[in-house]
Design a binder for this molecule. Structure first.
Ligand code: CAA
Ligand code: FAD
Length: 380
């Protein structure tokens, strides 16, 4: 067993770390406060190859492995989880889904632009009545011969207004239940496609989250991904990899908060010594460091499973479940270690604490991860 990262992995990690420090850190507090999308920063991420990391270079991607992607996600998320969710959706849900299951025409038309960040994508599964219960799709895509007629509402869509391409899951044949669901590529601007107002959020406030409304949107048949009825399997397979991305995001939020708390604890003095010299604080740091290390092993193991073409449904769900809990616990303690300073924006840890919570909710809540994990271990 080799726990060493390769030279290439270390280079990518360093490049992401430099980008986060130089390009994301300045302005991150303001973007959070104003709910401002990191437009310029996302453009640069595209130029540096962070938006199509695992895409084949022949489609404009960086051709890297999942471990590289997880390392970059961690570094970006240490500083700006709003930027990293854009990166995560584009890489692991949109680009991966298209590269793995799209036709050559779909790849040429959409993937090449998505992988370079020329445009960004969105993944649209959730609905007002279908969140965790994802098979209960109410959005319909009725087969009209050469096109589908799309009607319905999607909720909580990341990149909702900034995306140009949307992978939309919809029910074609109700009688066939989840086997009658399709995944369609919908373009912004198609007649009948409307974008709802931006959600006002607790965390990841720089990312844009919207409802989407479809009224008689004509989607050409060639925009269907996979065979008729493949849509739910497409969503599940894509989300299995997406969860590795969100686990990496949670790990980054936790390690970012830990690094800030460690530094602060060595600078701040109380009762004549640095607060890190008080055992109550030192033990908090010990717990944080241990839990982050454990989360990192789970994240990298799930990324490695994917790279080795092993099944990663279980390891990805475990990584997301655990890393998101560590993100929550660590950020709360990081605020505590900062005392009053932890409660104000300029010290960053309050934002990381608000950002941490979403990692327990999206791409399958923690309860859903436990369903995935328990079903997997009980059928082994
Ligand atoms: N790969 C392939 N197929 C899978 C699969 C996987 N990982 N997981 C399930 N399936 C298949 C099953 O085999 C089954 O098909 P068959 O009947 O042909 O065998 C079908 O999907 C239905 O599966 P279940 O019977 O297990 O369905 P269920 O109703 O019990 O639900 C669930 C399963 C795991 C709870 C699923 O509904 C789920 O994952 N829910 C959470 C939804 C979610 O994660 N949403 C995230 C939205 S995207 C997002 O959030 C992005 C973002 O924030 C940035
Ligand atoms: P519900 O499913 O109503 O769950 C409510 C509670 O009940 C949760 O605690 C849940 O764990 C629990 N629960 C539900 N069923 C069970 C069960 N069987 N057993 C035990 N507990 C259960 N979706 C997209 O498709 N694309 C996106 O880009 C996207 N981005 C998002 C961005 C943000 C900021 C947010 C908040 C959400 C986003 N989502 C996106 C939606 C997200 O995936 C859902 O919110 C999530 O899957 C939970 O669904 P729900 O909100 O309907 O909660």
């Amino acid at each position: 067993m080799d726990f060493n990262l390769t030279e290439e992995h270390l280079m990518i990690q360093q490049a992401a770390r430099d980008f986060a420090q130089n390009e994301l850190l300045p302005g991150v507090i303001e973007r959070d406060e104003k709910q401002q999308f990191p437009t310029e920063q996302i453009k640069k991420m595209g130029e540096l190859g962070f938006l199509g990391m695992m895409v084949d270079p022949k489609y404009g991607g960086s051709g890297l492995d999942t471990i590289s992607y997880a390392l970059a996600m961690e570094e970006i998320s240490k500083v700006d989880a709003s930027a990293s969710v854009v990166m995560s959706v584009n890489n692991s849900l949109v680009c991966w889904g298209l590269q793995t299951f799209g036709t050559e025409e779909q790849k040429q038309k959409y993937l090449t632009k998505l992988a370079t960040g020329e445009i960004i994508g969105a993944f649209c599964l959730s609905e007002p009545e279908a969140g965790s219960d994802a098979t209960s799709q109410r959005t319909t895509a009725i087969d009209k011969g050469d096109h589908y007629l799309l009607n319905g509402t999607k909720n909580w869509i990341t990149n909702g207004s900034t995306a140009s391409v949307y992978l939309v899951i919809a029910q074609t044949d109700v009688d066939k239940k989840h086997k009658g669901i399709n995944a369609l590529i919908v373009e912004k601007g198609m007649p009948g496609f409307e974008i709802g107002p931006k959600e006002q959020k607790l965390g990841i406030r720089g990312s844009d989250t919207h409802s989407l409304m479809f009224t008689d949107v004509k989607v050409p048949k060639e925009n269907r991904i996979g065979e008729d009825g493949f849509g739910f399997t497409f969503a599940m397979k894509t989300l299995a990899g997406g969860r590795i991305g969100i686990a990496s995001q949670a790990l980054g939020i936790a390690s970012g908060a830990y690094e800030l708390a460690l530094k602060y604890s060595k600078e701040r003095k109380a009762f004549g010594k640095e607060i890190s010299q008080h055992q109550a604080i030192a033990f908090k740091l010990a717990d944080m460091a241990t839990e982050i290390e454990a989360a990192r092993f789970l994240v990298l193991k799930s990324a490695w499973d994917k790279d080795q073409h092993k099944n990663y449904d279980l390891s990805g769900a475990m990584a997301k479940l655990y890393a998101s809990q560590v993100a929550m616990d660590t950020t709360i303690e990081a605020v505590q270690i900062h005392g009053g300073n932890g409660y104000v924006k300029e010290y960053h840890v309050e934002r990381l604490m608000r950002d941490a919570k979403i990692t327990q909710i999206y791409e399958g809540t923690s309860e859903i991860q436990k369903i995935v994990i328990s079903r997997s271990i009980l059928t082994q």
